[in-house]
Design a protein around this ligand. Structure first.
Ligand code: ZN
Length: 362
């Protein structure tokens, strides 16, 4: 039995990233023979795309498919539980959960799909982070980020017409989360060298290649351009798949994420996930370059500036003291995950220099 040595991975079968990707939904209903589906969406995202999804489900192509709609007002583990309780004995009757919304609503849909053993169809209305396709759901509980196991989508319909109209701040955040992969994989490699961790070159490639492609065009980056927008969305979906394939968030989450989580833990998390991670990326890339001569923090910062994402503490409404505190605290987040922070254990003075040199705190 050689198969026991291989990894079984749940990968989506239908991934569409283009204009009117939503139009593909009736085909999915037929392909997966869906008879009863649950639509999980938010109040705003129902207006943006949920209503259209309902229409498609009630159209002539989906005649035999019944659906229920759940509007999630605040996304949390509790709201997933509430849906499950409302369904009571019916939960197992659903063939699919269709999540229509931003990352938070999709996280609730993922959890409900996981618990009801139904297929998950993901219809993102924005591209703010790589949670679109990952098998993990992230919530904040008492201000602290938590991550729980959830369903992997069987299909992702990323309709660029819808995502293009999402708040531009969210797209910039998505870019911050995507380019963090450049530094997070450097952290991973340190873990391989110094802490005897496992490594997968294919997964590392899936994680970093989309970011590399966008960085190569840093001069022209503009997410109003459909080609760049598609690259961004594709990159974020691939980031989620890297998590699915590897089995943990290691390929997309290291020191830049520890910094962002530290801000959250300290109560300074005023930016979006991607905004905080984007600034963390500049800082951690600087450290990699400082200690090992590898990386290009200036290019990363330039590209963030190019898409008008924040690159300074002031833009996040934070002071130098708060940033410094978060940098010192970051090592306490998930200490078993080896990164440049554990590797070099920089002093407060070194962090001060890092903040100064990168221009994050001028
Ligand atoms: Zn992230």
């Amino acid at each position: 039995m050689i198969f026991k040595h291989f990894k079984q991975v749940l990968l989506p079968v239908d991934v569409r990233i283009h204009r009117n990707a939503l139009g593909h939904l009736p085909k999915l209903v037929r392909r997966y023979e869906l008879k009863k589906v649950m639509l999980v969406t938010g109040p705003k995202t129902y207006e943006i795309a949920g209503r259209k999804v309902e229409k498609l489900l009630s159209g002539s192509n989906c005649k035999s498919c019944r659906h229920s709609v759940f509007i999630v007002k605040t996304a949390s583990r509790g709201s997933a539980k509430k849906i499950e309780q409302e369904m009571q004995g019916d939960l197992g009757d659903y063939d699919a959960v269709i999540g229509v919304g931003g990352g938070k609503v999709l996280d609730v849909a993922k959890v409900v799909a996981y618990h009801s053993n139904a297929l998950l169809i993901s219809i993102p209305t924005n591209a703010a982070h790589d949670g679109i396709a990952s098998p993990l759901a992230s919530f904040k509980e008492r201000g602290m980020p938590i991550s729980i196991k959830a369903a992997s989508p069987i299909a992702i319909l990323a309709d660029l017409e819808i995502i293009r109209k999402s708040p531009v701040r969210l797209l910039r955040s998505g870019y911050g989360d995507l380019i963090s992969n450049m530094v997070e994989v450097k952290d991973w490699l340190l873990g391989v060298e110094k802490a005897d961790e496992d490594y997968d070159e294919i997964v590392a490639g899936i994680s970093t290649m989309p970011a590399m492609l966008l960085l190569r065009s840093a001069e022209d980056l503009d997410f109003r351009n459909t080609d760049y927008l598609r690259l961004l969305v594709r990159g974020l979906i691939l980031g989620g798949l890297a998590i699915s394939i590897y089995g943990t968030s290691r390929p997309v989450s290291g020191s830049a994420h520890k910094f962002s989580h530290a801000l959250d833990y300290l109560g300074y998390g005023r930016g979006t996930h991607g905004e905080q991670v984007g600034i963390g990326t500049i800082l951690m890339e600087y450290l990699h370059q400082h200690y090992y001569g590898e990386g290009d923090w200036e290019l990363l910062r330039y590209s963030l500036e190019k898409v008008l994402a924040p690159t300074t503490a002031r833009e996040l409404g934070l002071t130098r003291r708060q940033m410094l505190e978060a940098l010192v605290y970051a090592k306490r987040i998930r200490p078993s995950r080896y990164t440049i922070l554990e590797d070099q254990n920089p002093t407060k003075k070194e962090f001060e220099i890092c903040l100064e040199k990168t221009g994050v705190c001028r």
